[in-house]
Design a binder for this molecule. Structure first.
Ligand SMILES: [Cu+2]
Length: 369
């Protein structure tokens, strides 16, 4: 009564062959990287947050000159603020990353993030000396650990290139189970003034390490380590939530309507699932979206989410699922590691796409086995 996984793979394989034969786009890209430090913001996340909707404003050159040079160098450094990682480092971070290249992950991905190494007075978040650090993990990879470094007192990141020797390791955290955000309580000691927080996020889904520079100005005053900490910050930067805008969200459940009978069935049947689509960002010509998949009242072993774009949107890259398109019809099938969900459990996948004119939110259907 239940499609075996072999049969299912054959079915998916047949679909791929069929769609390839029809000459429609079949995108295949491995799970890519999705997350960054969002409070205090990493350099590219901060530049994206402050200027993403106004990145051609020439006033940026005087208001926020380090962001300006980064946007001029390559806007994709900001659009892909969540992708600053290397793979296969095996924990040897200092060997992989030369001095002066710490903020670009050692010029990872052919120097895609090189502008973040530029020495200067990056816009900095004002923080008390005890503060909460927040890393946003859009793809919910989990964390083996975070390594949190802060520059030594006396080092001036506005005039000196960042080196390993300029940093002090403050904290190595424990493991974090996959979640949208991870937090750590950080104590900067007696530091004052401008500093760089250098965070290494070791993701758990594979050997993927993120290298994140955040600029801060310490007040020298102790904050509370409790949560929520009293806001003693005199930060001029808007303390915005790092989470993605829920501006557009729609959900539909196609869970087979299960009996509300209190008598439990003796054999577990495959459950249904529901899917919710959220636009996470949008810019001229492009956008990002996340889809959360939630199992119904029973566990499932795999899921498929389908939708049809109404305005000619196309998927250009994706993660945590395999997405195929045939014209405007899109099919997303779970990755090998996130198909199995227990009752009520959620996972998510995401993609970047292109659009023109209108970018309406599609209606989703979700089926599970
Ligand atoms: Cu990722």
């Amino acid at each position: 009564m239940q499609l075996s996984s072999i049969a299912r793979r054959l079915a998916v394989g047949a679909l791929v062959v069929l769609t390839a034969a029809l000459g429609v786009a079949v995108l295949s890209q491995p799970a890519s990287a999705h997350g960054s430090l969002t409070d205090p913001p990493s350099r590219n996340y901060g530049c994206w947050e402050r200027w993403g909707s106004d990145f051609q404003n020439p006033n940026m050159a005087t208001i926020d000159p380090m962001c300006w040079q980064a946007w001029q160098a390559n806007p994709n450094t900001m659009w892909n603020w969540n992708g600053l990682y290397r793979e296969g480092v095996a924990g040897n971070h200092q060997a992989a990353i030369p001095d002066g290249q710490l903020c670009s992950g050692g010029r990872t991905q052919n120097g895609f993030y090189a502008s973040l190494d530029t020495v200067g007075a990056w816009t900095a978040a004002t923080k008390p000396n005890k503060f909460t650090l927040t890393l946003t993990d859009q793809a919910q990879h989990g964390a083996d650990y975070l390594l949190i470094y802060i520059t030594k007192q006396g080092f001036d990141p506005a005039t000196q290139p960042l080196t390993w020797d300029s940093l002090e390791l403050i904290q190595r955290t424990a493991r974090y189970a996959p979640a949208p955000q991870y937090q750590a309580q950080v104590d900067a000691g007696t530091r004052t003034g401008r500093h760089v927080i250098y965070t290494i996020w070791q993701a758990s889904h594979l050997d993927q390490s993120y290298y994140l520079c955040s600029d801060v100005i310490f007040t020298g005053q102790g904050g509370s380590t409790g949560s929520p900490s009293p806001s003693r910050s005199t930060s001029p930067s808007p303390s915005r939530s790092a989470s993605v805008s829920p501006s557009a969200s729609r959900s539909v459940s196609t869970s087979p309507s299960r009996s509300t009978s209190p008598s439990a069935p003796t054999s577990q049947q495959p459950g249904g699932c529901s899917a919710t689509y959220t636009k996470s960002s949008e810019w001229a010509g492009g956008f990002g979206a996340n889809v959360t998949v939630t199992a119904g009242s029973a566990g499932i072993s795999s899921w498929t989410v389908k939708w049809t774009f109404a305005n000619g949107q196309t998927v250009t890259s994706f993660w945590n699922a395999t997405i195929t398109s045939s014209g405007s019809a899109v099919t997303a099938v779970n990755a090998s590691y996130n198909g199995k969900l227990s009752a009520g459990q959620s996972t998510s996948f995401g993609f970047n796409g292109s659009w023109t004119g209108t970018n309406s939110v599609p209606t989703l259907s979700c089926t599970a086995q």
